[in-house]
Design a protein around this ligand. Structure first.
Ligand code: TYM
Length: 351
């Protein structure tokens, strides 16, 4: 049985990178896993995934690895749930839930932590980036973050993990941990999960600096397009986006030396469902300003229905909580027997 698992942290606002790198692909996978798939556009959908089950999780325990304001965390957890649904995840066809409401995630993380060498965690680039110069002061949770992520996936015997490029190393670690468990306990208990990365929009960059990833934690709100930005904010942010003074090139290779042009062309191609080569051909020899104007119009067209739907969903908190509760029950029904199986293999006595 194929199972798709992915998650997003409820920290700040979701942005265009989360949408193009992850969320939009989840929706396409959901469509492609249906027994009667709708017309497919994505290059991540694979016929072998037909009939797979989908689990999409708001990973609130991961959010806690850096300090959070409790009220904001509660609000963001509901907001990210609303974003999943507004972007097209159907809570009937996919399981949507908050990580902390299925305690088996934290329990399996402990068990897997006993099998994970520190050397593997020392290699994780995200920990190095996030802890920076304050390594000694960083919390244990930030260090063991990838073990919890492995537990998220393996708790459902997840086989496919749709993520952006920045999470690839973590999914590979989850594979290594699954392999270590299987070798140690002489079984094929956990499948080795595969990352599914949509190549063209796998890494959307900051609008202020084409060499930095678009990120929820960037201090400047001008660095990203949030899913809830209105049309004026979207147009303003693209207008202010960093650019260079040359005309736009007529070939993809020339973008290699122009990170800001490359990023905006990548976003345009992704939003218009074209290849980068097609987007480059469309803007060849034009001013940067033309790309920015067309991009703003396109982004407003694609994102504003999502923002509007998110606001509607957020206005009925009781309904969102009901949907999350239903998701928790469905997730726990799959997760708990898989945790028990791992406990049995490891020799824990269950009463
Ligand atoms: P998070 O919350 O940082 O990001 C959620 C998803 O968005 C993708 N993403 C991007 N894609 C393209 N360009 C960008 N600039 C960009 N920024 C973010 C991420 O790759 C991710 O797919 N550790 C994960 C959450 C997690 C998880 C899991 C994912 C926890 N458990 C289990 C998969 C399976 C994270 O921090 O994502």
């Amino acid at each position: 049985m194929n199972r798709i698992f992915s998650g997003i942290q409820p920290t700040n606002q979701l942005h265009l990178g989360n949408y193009l790198g992850a969320l939009r692909n989840w929706v396409r996978l959901q469509e492609s896993t249906a027994s009667q798939p709708a017309l497919q556009k994505s290059n991540v959908s694979q016929p072998a995934l037909r009939g797979a089950e989908n689990f999409f999780c708001v990973v609130d325990l991961h959010a806690l690895t850096v300090p959070q304001d409790p009220e904001s965390l509660r609000r963001s957890t509901r907001e990210v749930t609303a974003a999943f649904i507004a972007a097209g995840i159907d809570p009937e066809r996919s399981v949507i839930f908050a990580q902390s409401t299925v305690p088996a995630h934290a329990e399996l993380a402990w068990l897997l932590g006993t099998l994970t060498p520190m050397g593997w965690l020392n290699r994780m680039t995200q920990f190095k980036e996030k802890s920076g110069k304050h390594r000694e002061d960083s919390g244990l949770g930030l260090y063991s973050y990838p073990v919890l992520m492995a537990a998220d996936i393996l708790l459902y015997k997840g086989t496919h993990v749709p993520v952006g490029e920045d999470q690839k190393q973590h999914v590979e670690l989850a594979r290594d941990i699954a392999g270590a468990f299987n070798r140690r306990f002489g079984s094929e208990y956990f499948p080795l999960p595969e990352p599914l990365i949509q190549s063209e929009a796998a890494r959307i960059m900051s609008l202020r600096d084409g060499s930095k990833k678009m990120s929820k934690s960037d201090e400047s709100d001008y660095s990203r397009i949030n899913l809830t930005d209105d049309a004026d904010a979207i147009a303003l942010k693209f207008r202010k986006a960093k650019s260079d003074s040359d005309l736009l090139p007529d070939n993809v290779e020339a973008l290699g030396a122009r990170p800001e042009a490359d990023n905006l062309i990548t976003i345009y191609a992704a939003l218009s469902d074209q290849t980068k080569a097609q987007a480059v051909a469309h803007f060849a020899g034009q001013q940067f300003s033309k790309l920015k104007t067309e991009l703003a119009d396109l982004a407003v067209e694609k994102l504003s229905p999502i923002g509007t739907r998110m606001r509607e969903l957020m206005s009925d908190q009781a309904e969102l909580d009901r949907l999350l509760k239903r998701g928790t029950e469905r997730a726990a029904a799959v997760a708990n027997p898989i945790l028990r199986g791992a406990q049995d293999l490891m020799g824990l006595v269950r009463s």
